[in-house]
Design a protein around this ligand. Structure first.
Ligand code: GNR
Ligand code: NI
Length: 174
């Protein structure tokens, strides 16, 4: 397993639409293993492949709390097949937008169809944190970040600060 570098916004690679996976094979499982390790190390509760620069429809997730046994979940080619009419809001964060947290409104519950780690087709009714996280990750597959759900003012403020921080870091390394 290999730790991969997580892309930080603003980065054009985070805006790319991810392509469906043709086959769940050992190479893809190896990618998912790297993603899970990278996500745990960050630490985060979800990661989309595009966040490590791989524009494939692959998501890993682990909602187990600290000190609990890990509960890795893998979603390949996920599709939302149902969503609730009622919405919930939750203060979201993103490994690609470090240190920014804002409330986002989304359908409270969704039903998702996807391929699992073995390539088996599955359906899952997602509620609470699982519903928040799968929708946040599926946004990544469309090139959408949680700041894209905020007002333009808030989004630009966050992205400008991240851009400044990147330039400063580059200058320090030079
Ligand atoms: O680690 C993460 N925490 C989180 C908290 C609230 C809503 C969504 C998330 S996902 C995020 C990891 C991440 O950036 N996944 O794309
Ligand atoms: Ni994210």
């Amino acid at each position: 397993m290999t730790l991969r570098e997580i892309l930080i916004a603003p980065d054009p690679r985070l805006k790319v639409k991810s392509e469906p996976v043709e086959r769940v094979d050992d190479a893809l499982r190896s990618l998912m293993d790297d993603m899970l390790e990278t996500m745990h190390e960050a630490p985060g509760i979800g990661l989309a492949a595009v966040q490590i620069g791989v524009a494939k429809q692959v998501i890993v997730m682990d909602l187990a709390k600290e000190g609990e046994a890990p509960e890795p979940r893998y979603f390949v080619n996920p599709e939302i097949i149902w969503e609730s009419e009622d919405f919930h809001h939750y203060e979201e964060g993103c490994l690609s937008l470090p240190e920014y947290y804002e409330e986002v409104e989304r359908p409270a519950e969704v039903k998702v169809r996807f391929l699992d780690y073995e390539g088996e087709i599955r359906e899952l009714h997602c509620t609470e944190m699982l519903a928040v996280c799968i929708q946040h990750e599926m946004d990544h597959l469309e090139g959408i970040l949680f700041v894209d759900h905020l007002t333009r003012l808030k989004r630009q403020m966050i992205l400008r600060k991240l851009s400044k921080a990147k330039k400063q870091q580059a200058a320090e390394l030079a």
